[in-house]
Each structure stands twice: as structure tokens, then as C-alpha cells.
Ligand binder design. Structure first.
Ligand SMILES: *Cc1c(COP(=O)(O)O)cnc(C)c1O
Length: 391
């Protein structure tokens, strides 16, 4: 039955978005995602907007591992983890994740979104306080919304240690304090100052949670993420992350922490008690992606070299580029319509880059967000910079 009130509301929203040119068009890919992708109705373009940081999404061994998962375990278990939904390949994947990120245990989820919706409501108690960076990812914000209503919530200014310390001081009487930050911030491409945050957490006896979705695979000499970049591997209490970016790029997420914290999540976390696990195909291909990352640290080296070349190239072309080690390079444009027009022009020139505007970033701070991959050859980079020079 059509509902006139709902239809009106939906049409209002959509026509509003269309008028302000905020309506997103989805590109349809007709093949795997690599350094380039074939886009329906457009043709082949160099990809400068995916999280495929190590170029593993179309890696033959990663693809074959997915096939093997399907053959060995079938399509799925038709059951949640504690009933009959835990496969041997889940446990093997979880052991590799824990080893990679430097914790004693890990638990996998269908996405990092789910991991963040599990970790906060399950681990944070009613007499606790949780302090979150103002630029943290939407899944952290929503995860914190699910925490017990009595718990105190605080938001500290982005990467502002003085503000964080003031909020730690103000919550001294709380049972457990939690500090939550992204490792790499997805819109700015900057990193959280982990050594200083760890120092504050030790001084004020707070637990530190780092979502390293954009850091894992991309940062650190061997791709073990933001903690490796800062030389603090093994010093983070709880790490969450995704398998849907550098680690194969399909889907899936994880929480990595102490064996007790992981057991509490297994016993009490609603997303895994009431919802199925990551499919065997994805678990097997993600585990293979980790194996390739560990066996071929030159992929991380190549990514870091590509990041350097592109950052320098953009600076030479006159773009305002902040210094940062991450594979996310926001090119500030300011006006939203202009950012969208530029991304359209780049696609005509064979380069896929997305323009981001309000509400994803503040008004007047529209940007082209460039993301770098180890899959890009020198030729791809030269061609891409050439396209930017024509803007
Ligand atoms: C991408 C991202 C997520 C979501 O990951 P999914 O596995 O796709 O749900 C969560 N947190 C951060 C910081 C991210 O960048």
C-alpha cells in the first residue's frame, strides 16, 4: 500500500538533495577492483578512491582462498557463533588478526561497524566514562549511543591532548575510563598521537580503544597499522578494525584485545549472539590477505613510496597538502559544487576520485579525497597527476 505521508517525505528529501547537488550517483563496476576499474557506461579509470591500500582485493591467492572456503565449508552455517556457527577458519583468522595487531586474542564480525556496535555496549559499564575524539568514525559514535544510559559520555577536541587530559581529570570518580580514537582519521588523513594518548591513559588508568580501520595494512614499516608506525605495538588495550579495506577489501571486522575482554564479547556481545558470523569465503580470503601482507612487506614499502610521490606531485601542482604518513590525501577545494565538478572532470580524464561535501565534511570544506594504493604503477601515478594538472 502506498503511504502518502511517507511518499511525500521521501520525495522532499530526494528533491532537496538534488537541488543542492548532494545526490550521490553510484558507479557500477563490471569487474574486480585493482589499480584500475571498469565502470559501466564510463570505461576504465585509474582508482584513486578505494581503501585497497595493498592491492590485495584482486590478488589471485586471495581469490583462490575464497573459493577454497566455499568448497570446504559450503555457503554458510545458518546459525550464530555459539550455536553451530563457529568454523575452524574463523578461529584461524582470529589467531592471525591477533598476531598481526599485537594482542593476545581477537574476535571477528561481519563488519567493523558491527565490531564497534559490539565493543562499546558490551565492555563499558554503567559507572564508567567514555571519552571520544570529535572526528571519530560514525560507527564509533553509533556504538557509543548503545552504551548503558547511565555511563558518562564525553567528546574531546580532535587530537587535543590538553582537552583529553582535562576530561580525564574531571571523570576521576568513575569506575573505568575509556578513551576512544581512530588510528587514522578518514576525512583528514591525519593520525592520532598514540604515544601521548597512551601516556595519558597510563597516568589516569584509562582503557584505550583504537579503531585502526584505515591504519591496518597502510601504516607501519610492515603494514601492522598505526601502533607499528608509532612503535607502540602491543600497548593498545582494545583495537577494532576492518577486513574490508587493506585486508582483502570484501567485508568483515574484528575486535582484538585481551583473552578476557574477547571472552566477555563472546558471552555478552549482542551482534555475535544474535547475528551470523563472517562467511567462510571472506574469512579464508581475509586470512590469505594477512598471510600475503606478512610474506611481502614490500607491498607496504611500495604503498609508502606511492604516497610520497603523490603528495609531492600534488604540492607541485599547487594543491594545499598537509604532511602526513597516511594513504589518505584530502585536496581542499572549499566550494562543494566545484569539488563535484572537478571529480566529474577527472573521471572524463580517466581518474576515479570522489568529491566530499556537507554533511560528510563541514560546509565550505569540500574536498577531493585521494586514496593511494600499492597497486598503482609509476605510469598510473604519472597519468593521474597529468589529469589533475588539467583541472
Ligand atoms: C571503514 C571504517 C569502518 C567500517 O568498516 P566496515 O568493516 O566496512 O563496517 C569502521 N571504522 C572506521 C574508522 C572506518 O574507517
Amino acid at each position: 500500500m502506498p503511504n502518502a505521508r511517507f511518499d511525500l517525505r521521501a520525495r522532499d528529501l530526494l528533491s532537496g538533495l538534488s537541488e543542492t547537488r548532494q545526490l550521490k550517483a553510484f558507479h557500477e563496476l563490471i569487474g574486480p577492483l585493482g589499480a584500475t576499474a571498469k565502470i559501466a557506461g564510463v570505461g576504465e579509470a585509474i582508482v584513486l578512491c578505494s581503501n585497497n591500500y595493498l592491492g590485495l582485493a584482486d590478488h589471485p591467492e586471495v581469490i583462490e582462498a575464497g573459493h577454497e572456503g566455499l568448497r570446504k565449508y559450503g555457503a554458510g552455517t545458518a546459525s550464530v557463533r555459539f550455536i553451530c556457527g563457529t568454523l575452524q577458519c574463523h578461529r584461524e583468522l582470529e589467531a592471525s588478526i591477533a598476531k598481526l595487531v599485537g594482542t593476545a586474542a581477537a574476535l571477528s564480525y561481519v563488519s567493523c561497524w558491527c565490531a564497534n556496535e559490539a565493543v562499546f555496549p558490551t565492555l563499558v559499564g554503567p559507572n564508567d566514562a567514555i571519552l571520544s575524539d570529535e572526528l571519530n568514525h560514525a560507527s564509533i559514535i553509533d556504538g557509543i549511543r548503545l552504551v548503558n544510559k547511565q555511563a558518562e559520555r564525553g567528546v574531546y577536541k580532535h587530537n587535543d591532548l590538553a582537552d583529553l587530559e582535562a576530561k580525564l581529570k574531571a571523570t576521576r570518580e568513575k569506575e573505568v575510563r575509556w578513551v576512544v580514537t581512530d588510528g587514522v582519521f578518514s576525512m583528514e588523513g591525519d593520525v592520532a598521537p598514540l604515544p601521548e594518548i597512551i601516556k595519558l591513559c597510563r597516568e589516569y588508568e584509562a582503557m584505550l580503544v583504537v579503531d585502526d580501520s584505515h591504519g591496518i595494512g597502510a601504516l607501519g614499516a610492515t603494514g601492522r597499522g598505526t601502533p607499528e608506525h608509532f612503535g607502540v605495538l602491543g600497548q593498545i588495550d582494545v583495537i577494532t578494525g576492518t577486513l574490508g579495506k587493506a585486508l582483502g577489501g570484501a567485508a568483515g571486522g574484528y575486535v582484538a584485545a585481551s583473552p578476557d575482554a574477547i571472552s566477555v564479547l563472546e558471552q555478552r556481545g549482542r551482534p555475535s549472539l544474535f547475528s551470523n558470523a563472517v562467511p567462510a569465503t571472506v574469512a579464508m580470503s581475509a586470512r590469505k590477505a594477512i598471510e600475503v601482507l606478512e610474506r611481502e612487506p614490500e607491498r607496504a614499502t611500495r604503498l609508502h613510496a606511492n604516497v610520497k610521490t603523490l603528495r609531492e606531485g600534488f604540492k607541485k601542482l599547487g594543491f594545499e597538502v598537509h604532511d602526513s604518513p597516511t594513504a589518505i590525501i584530502p585536496l581542499m577545494i572549499g566550494d562543494e559544487a566545484e569539488a563535484i565538478a572537478k571529480s566529474k572532470r577527472l573521471l572524463e580524464l580517466g581518474v576515479l576520485v570522489i568529491g566530499f561535501g556537507f554533511p560528510v565534511v563541514p560546509k565550505g570544506k569540500a574536498r577531493l579525497r585521494v586514496q593511494v594504493s600499492a597497486a598503482l604503477s609509476d605510469d598510473h601515478i604519472t597519468q593521474a597527476l597529468d589529469a589533475f594538472s588539467k583541472l
